[in-house]
Design a protein around this ligand. Structure first.
Ligand code: FEO
Length: 395
């Protein structure tokens, strides 16, 4: 199915309602996703990005209903990751000489994936191709989020094709941001930023400043996943600037796992203590072995402090906690506080290990870890509550 965006731009992508895991198992997609591909028609015709490989046949067949493939003058590959380039081999089998515009790194990635000797045309920031009355201007977006990533901008229509940036894993029958539930849209947009773009926040800020300095009017932003921003499109750019700047809300996330509920009971007592001294602060608890890790990461992203707990097992921490701490380390959150806690029977290494992992991950620790032996009695629950009370959550 294709959909009209403007007189000259059509959506020719794929809505994937069934998708629940993306990037292997790394990213949960509770609301599915879309792989957006755009056909731009002027005196010449350009196709911007394609779809994920499993949908390549369907994509090319649908495209043939819209246009004689021989009438496609240019293909733009803004990003070589398989979810956007996966239909290129099938398309290029049909039109082998079509020029493919991408960055120099894009050529390396596309060759690495598909080993095709295609008609590659490397572009860099500021390069343009004419479609007749309109031009496509290319803007490299290195490491947002791959070395090859690129945006392109359609003059006259003032459309920014931003690839992964400003996208959301969000399947919907609607095409535009003003036609969907704003709360759902922003839940998916912030999850996308928190889980994928957080490590590149400094680059996000620089790229947005560079884009704004070009003073190109932007009427529409067409990302490669989810809905298109046409109603106040710069709202998502402004939001990205905030998310990229050590983002935090007045929220504390307590993330833990538990074997016989001792660490869970400590977590609840700590939460009560934090609430006592921070009545306005939103506190959320997550048992990580039963929570979606991408949702937990999103809540960590929104938090000003993270309190992490695990019982001690085999002189270490539970694997569920080890896994989420590793994700947190890799994402490189900035400007957040943390503290560690846990129950133990005899050796009690876990809180200290969590403490050092969070410190290594760049968190500012708020004090000594809390260690509670066995299952807490009333006085140990009071100790946990007091520990929570004394944490310096406020800046
Ligand atoms: Fe949506 Fe980086 O691919």
């Amino acid at each position: 199915m294709t959909k009209k965006i403007t007189e000259s731009v059509q959506w020719v992508g794929k809505t994937d309602w069934e998708l629940r895991k993306f990037h292997g198992n790394e990213y949960s997609t509770h609301r599915g996703s879309t792989y957006n591909s755009y056909l731009v028609r002027d005196e010449k015709t350009a196709l911007i990005d394609t779809v994920w490989k499993p949908f390549a046949g369907e994509f090319v067949n649908n495209l043939k209903k819209e246009i004689d493939l021989k009438d496609i003058d240019f293909v733009v590959a803004n990003h070589a990751e398989i979810d956007h380039s996966g239909a290129l081999p099938e398309l290029i089998r049909e039109i082998p000489d079509v020029p493919v515009y991408c960055t120099k790194n894009g050529i390396a990635s596309l060759k690495g994936h598909y080993h095709g000797d295609w008609n590659f045309n490397p572009v860099k920031t500021g390069d343009r191709i004419s479609l007749g009355s309109k031009e496509l201007i290319f803007v490299e977006a290195k490491m947002l989020h791959w070395p090859d990533s690129m945006f392109c901008y359609l003059t006259e229509e003032n459309i920014l094709f931003s690839n992964d940036a400003f996208g959301q894993h969000y399947a919907t029958e609607e095409l535009f941001n003003d036609r969907v539930d704003r709360c759902e849209l922003y839940q998916e947009a912030v999850k996308y930023y928190a889980n994928i773009l957080t490590p590149f926040s400094a680059l996000v800020t620089r790229k947005i400043d560079e884009l704004l300095s070009l003073k190109l009017p932007v009427d529409i932003i067409c990302p490669s996943h989810g809905v298109i921003w046409r109603d106040n499109p710069l709202q998502i750019v402004e939001q990205y600037k905030k998310w990229a700047d050590s983002y935090k809300e007045d929220q504390v996330s307590i993330i833990y796992d538990t074997m016989w509920n001792a660490t869970k009971r400590i977590a609840e007592a700590v939460a009560a203590g934090i609430k006592k001294t921070n009545p306005q602060t939103r506190i959320k608890l997550f048992k990580v072995s039963e929570s979606d890790s991408n949702d937990v990461i999103t809540e960590v992203f929104k938090s000003k402090a993270v309190i992490a707990g695990s019982p001690t097992i085999n002189r270490g921490i539970l694997t569920s906690m080890a896994a989420i701490l590793e994700e947190i380390r890799g994402l490189g959150f900035k400007g957040k506080k943390a503290a560690a806690f846990g129950s133990y029977g005899w050796s009690g290494e876990s809180p200290g290990l969590i403490d050092s992992r969070l410190k290594d991950a760049g968190f500012q620790m708020m004090g000594e870890p809390l260690k509670i032996s066995w299952n807490p009695d009333e006085s140990q629950l009071q100790e946990s509550l007091k520990w929570g009370e004394t944490l310096k959550i406020k800046d």
